[in-house]
Ligand binder design. Structure first.
Ligand code: FA5
Length: 333
């Protein structure tokens, strides 16, 4: 029995086979148990001899089974460790980090430039009164921008602001000169969508009111700002324009960012970029509307399109890209 058992144990392959072998040799119906059961039939002299022998065989088989079991256990453990081994020298996986939207970056950059020039940053609501958005800004009752087809009205008295200029009114009504503020935020117009127009866009409003403020201060401020933002080699061109809330008023063109004014495909050979901002000397009527004495104080204001500045700065040729949230576009910034 012992030899047979030893032979079989050597050829075992796994824990299940080992358990089967244990039952076969040592179990209740096992071969060795049969021998022990038959002991009664033996003579008095034979019994202790056979008994001892059977016990020795049992111990030997048990020992061999235990050794084999231990070997299997070690083998399993080894395989498991190998499978779960961690190679700490492999470089870690990159975590995908988000980043700020090009528009937000531009907005913050603009605010910083003006803060460095001594302006305070203030905010105004996107839902405005018709009074602040039009009336106090000297916008005539029949002005086309008031049309239902140009403005998103919420009711008779409230609208989504069509520009950031109502922030001027809020600031002038609540504070006394000297004033020097910028205010950036969302604006809304019923404009047809194209490469450079979006129904929701962003403006940055600037307002300075003090004694002896002149057009020269306005030009110097805008020129300095453009050069800090785009570089020393950028130039501006002030074209006469009309806004009800400024007099005189101007629209400002900036050199084409691609060719710096020489003329290229981006600017259709003109050397100038698309229209970026409107400005002018605060209309004395507007100062008066806000309780500021126009004989003592004067001021200038400007409103620039942040989306268009971002387009020029980053070479984006379609404003819609800024709002489509296409990852392929956003990941480039
Ligand atoms: C105004 O909104 C005046 N409030 C600006 C101003 C402020 C003038 C203070 C004088 C004093 P305008 O409608 O031109 O002006 O708009 C200003 C800028 O906003 C434009 O130069 C352009 O850059 C941008 N803009 C206007 N409409 C859109 C649009 N639909 N999509 C994207 N940008 C626009």
């Amino acid at each position: 029995i012992k030899e047979k058992a030893m032979e079989e144990i050597k050829s075992l392959n796994n824990m299940e086979e080992l358990e089967q072998a244990r039952v076969k040799f040592l179990g209740k119906k096992g071969e060795l148990t049969k021998v022990l059961r038959g002991m009664g039939k033996l003579s008095k002299e034979e019994r202790p001899v056979i008994g001892q022998l059977a016990n020795e065989v049992r111990q030997d088989i048990e020992k061999e089974l235990n050794n084999t079991k231990e070997n299997f256990r070690r083998e399993i453990q080894k395989r498991k460790l190998e499978k779960e081994r961690i190679d700490i020298s492999i470089p870690g996986k990159d975590i995908v980090l988000g980043h700020r939207h090009p528009l937000v970056k531009t907005m913050e950059e603009l605010e910083n430039i003006f803060m460095n020039m001594g302006f305070s940053v203030v905010y105004g609501p996107e839902v405005e009164t018709v009074e602040n958005n039009f009336d106090e800004l000297n916008s005539p009752e029949n002005h086309p921008s008031r049309d239902l087809t140009d403005t998103f009205y919420i009711n008779k008295n409230l609208l989504l602001r069509t520009h950031t200029s109502p922030v001027q009114i809020r600031v002038m009504k609540e504070n006394k000169p000297p004033l020097r503020i910028v205010s950036a935020g969302r604006t809304f117009r019923f404009d047809d969508v194209d490469d450079t127009h979006s129904p929701m866009f962003h403006q940055l409003e600037g307002l300075v009111v003090d004694e002896n403020i002149t057009m020269a201060n306005l030009k110097e401020t805008i020129n300095t700002f453009i050069k800090v933002l785009f570089g020393e080699d950028m130039h501006t061109r002030f074209r006469p324009h009309y806004f009800p809330f400024t007099e005189p008023s101007a629209e400002v063109d900036v050199s084409c960012f691609s060719c710096k004014g020489k003329g290229c495909d981006d600017c259709n050979g003109t050397g100038w970029s698309m229209e970026l901002l409107g400005c002018g000397m605060v209309n004395p009527k507007v100062l008066q509307n806000c309780g500021i004495d126009p004989d003592k104080y004067s001021g200038f204001a400007f409103g620039l399109g942040i989306d268009r500045i971002a387009m020029v700065k980053y070479g984006i040729d379609d404003i819609r890209l800024l709002f489509e949230n296409d990852m392929r576009f956003l990941e480039q910034f």
